[in-house]
Every structure is written in C-alpha cells, then in structure tokens.
Design a protein around this ligand. Structure first.
Ligand SMILES: [Ca+2]
Ligand SMILES: [Ca+2]
Ligand SMILES: [Ca+2]
Length: 210
C-alpha cells in the first residue's frame, strides 16, 4: 500500500515536471518588418526598441525559417525575453550569429561577441559571453548561426537579455531556435493529493506502531 501511494505521488509530480521546448519564430512570416515593443511566441514575450523578423528570402544570415535579428550601431538594441504572464524558465541553448553579410564596421557592424544576461527570480544575475565565428555568407553556403549552450546556472530565470558587441560597441546579432524549459508550478489539486498521501502514510505508521 505504501509503495502504491508513493508511486502515485511520484507519477503526479513527474507529470508536473518542466517540458523543454524550442522557440523557432516560424509561426510569423519573416518579412523584415521593424518591431518596436513586444512580440509573443509560444508563451514568451520578446521585447526591444528595434528588432526584426527575417526569413531566408532575405539574403542576410541564414536562420532556420524565420529568425530574429537586431542591427548594430545606433540601431543596436538588446532583445529581452520573458514569460507571458510571468513565471520562471531555464535557458538551455540557442542559435546565435551575425546579421548581415554586407555589414561594415562603419555602418551597422556585425557583432564579434554575443552576450546573454539572465535575471533570476531572486534578483541575482547570470551572464554568458560567446565569441561568434565571423562566418556570415548569407542564406546559402556555410551555416551562419552557431549553437550556444548555457550553463546550469541559467535556471529560475524571469528574463534573459541578448545583445551583441563589436569593439565594445553595440553590434548586430541573429537568434533562432531558443531552447527553454518553462518551470511548472504544481497545481493546487496536486498539492492536496500530495498532502492526503502523506497524511495516509502517517496514519498507517501510527496504526502499525499501536
Ligand atoms: Ca526559425
Ligand atoms: Ca556565424
Ligand atoms: Ca550561410
């Protein structure tokens, strides 16, 4: 009986475990439209003062279907992601890269480094600094975006900010296929069942002791 109760509780909480998911941006046609503010994908909000969604019809960096990008120079603005309606998540990995094969340092330079800054639910910050490979030959040819993997400290996050730099200044980046694990808060019903299971166990132990 005890094993059965514990198995039920374990199954209950396994069902509540977070599920990994990939944000592809592919639900929106990447027309190159300038976005100012927020656009939502798969329960996540992406916010910036100036960013774009492109696809492989544009001869920019080659993403996987639609991808998100921001330019450098005076237009270079960080992109911040949060969960719609609040909540925490883990950032596992993402595709990142430069932005425009024709970009020049004098214009809107491609980033040589991509920085990721996470803020946790307790207010602490975690950061990761990635070096880009300099490969950005457009949608054909070589892969332009690399996969960057975050450490285990990128969890319990309330927001993540992506930004690029070239010689210390704001520079252009692209993002795609962001793998996240949204945290799942156990529903009240599950907590009640868990409490009931513990109570039953306690009673059985007491009756055995008597
Ligand atoms: Ca995509
Ligand atoms: Ca690249
Ligand atoms: Ca390419």
């Amino acid at each position: 009986m005890k094993a059965k109760i514990l198995a039920t509780v374990a199954a209950l909480f396994a069902a509540q475990a977070s599920q990994a998911m990939t944000i592809t941006f592919n639900s929106v046609v990447g027309s190159g439209t300038i976005y100012t503010g927020t656009i939502e994908f798969d329960g996540f909000a992406f916010t910036s003062d100036h960013f774009h969604l492109f696809d492989n019809k544009n001869n920019l960096a080659g993403g996987d279907g639609t991808w998100m990008g921001e330019e450098g120079g005076e237009r270079g603005q960080p992109i911040t992601m949060t969960r719609v309606g609040g909540g925490t998540f883990s950032l596992v990995d993402f595709w990142g890269g430069e932005f425009d094969p024709t970009a020049t340092p004098a214009g809107f330079p491609n980033a040589t480094n991509l920085d990721v800054l996470g803020t946790t639910a307790t207010g602490t910050t975690v950061s990761a600094h990635f070096q880009l490979d300099g490969i950005v030959d457009g949608r054909f040819g070589l892969p332009d975006l690399q996969t960057f993997t975050l450490g285990s400290n990128f969890q319990n996050l309330v927001s993540v900010q992506f930004s690029g730099t070239y010689l210390g200044n704001s520079a252009a980046i692209s993002l795609d296929n962001i793998n996240v694990e949204p945290s799942v808060v156990p529903v009240p019903g599950a907590l009640i069942l868990f409490g009931s299971a513990l109570l039953t166990l306690a009673r059985r132990r007491r009756s055995i002791a008597i």
